[in-house]
Design a protein around this ligand. Structure first.
Ligand code: GUN
Length: 299
């Protein structure tokens, strides 16, 4: 194995430490405590775990965490009324509605009812448009985390060939916009891409975000490439019967033998998502109060 392993746990801890420093300064110099509201509808077990983890880390960096847990059969009108209340609450700087929502709720309508300035997920249509036109926006957390790790490892990304595998609104598309913003030559590959292996092999930066366990193998990777694996897939453990194992969208061992650097799963991109949510909240708080934005925590 030759690749440098990019340690997302260490990187995320550094981001949280920077956020905590900014939060302390906001409190001491301006008497402002950033507040993040998380709204969870229903009792999806994975969502409950995420929300608990977000709340804990929000408090650890010194911010206020406000959780609203609503019944699974909450009406759209009631959810929109809560969002309206949070939009108008000056103590709330970030609002996150945990997805997926129950089927009777229209996710697009709900997300687009959040004040774009408080949309710390960066999913509001205004933020999508601002990012796509190179204007200041709230940037989706997972792609922002990937960008931070790429900049840290490679320095300038200018002129590099970047291939993003996956075209989701949450990761693939915003990732491609961010890489374009850093002057990469960007290709988005997906399930219909012809000769996807050859396309990937051109990549100096390969971002895998398809949700297919170990789809990308070492023979798809250009020697020396930087490989960012966004996938988190639970598969039956190959050796331990009845147990499961987390793997990425990249077959780690074969890719690490060829790549210059690679993120592992778990412990790569995963920890960066919440760290970037906290970064976005402190950024939103600074913007709301006309204060200088923290450096190195935005795109
Ligand atoms: N569900 C899983 N990941 C996310 C995320 O990043 N944001 C929201 N709002 N819901 C999620």
């Amino acid at each position: 194995m030759s690749a440098h392993i990019i340690d997302g746990k260490v990187f995320a801890a550094n981001v949280r430490e920077k956020v905590a420093g900014h939060v302390a300064r906001l409190k001491e110099e301006h008497g402002i405590t950033p507040g993040l509201a998380v709204v969870l509808v229903g009792e999806d077990p994975a969502s409950q775990v995420y929300v608990r983890s977000k709340g804990k880390m929000t408090v650890e960096v010194g911010m206020n965490s406000i959780e609203h847990k609503l019944e699974a059969d909450t009406s759209e009108a009631d959810l929109l009324a809560l969002i309206d209340q949070l939009n108008n609450d000056p103590a709330i700087h970030g609002i996150l509605v945990q997805l997926p929502l129950p089927d009777h709720l229209d996710s697009d309508l709900v997300i687009n009812s959040i004040n774009p300035a408080k949309d710390v997920d960066g999913f509001h249509i205004s933020n999508v448009g601002l990012l796509g036109t190179g204007q200041k926006s709230m940037v989706p957390c997972t792609p922002l985390g990937c960008l931070m790790m790429l900049r840290d490892h490679l320095g300038s990304l200018s002129g590099l060939n970047a291939v993003v595998v996956g075209r989701s609104n949450i990761v693939g598309k915003p990732m491609a916009q961010l890489l374009l913003g850093d002057s990469c030559t960007v290709t988005i590959a997906h399930s219909r891409t012809k000769d996807i292996e050859a396309v990937c092999k051109q990549a100096d930066i390969l971002v895998a975000a398809v949700g297919r366990p170990e789809m990308i193998t070492g023979d798809w990777v250009k020697p020396g490439a930087t490989v960012i694996d966004v996938g988190i897939n639970r598969i039956p453990h190959p050796e331990k019967e009845g147990k499961s194992k987390l793997v990425g969208d990249v077959e780690f061992a074969s890719a690490a033998a060829v790549a210059g650097a690679i993120t592992p799963v778990p412990g790569g991109v995963g920890p960066m998502t919440i760290a970037c949510l906290l970064a976005n909240t402190v950024t939103a708080c600074c913007r709301a109060n006309d204060l200088a934005e923290p450096e190195g925590l935005t795109a």
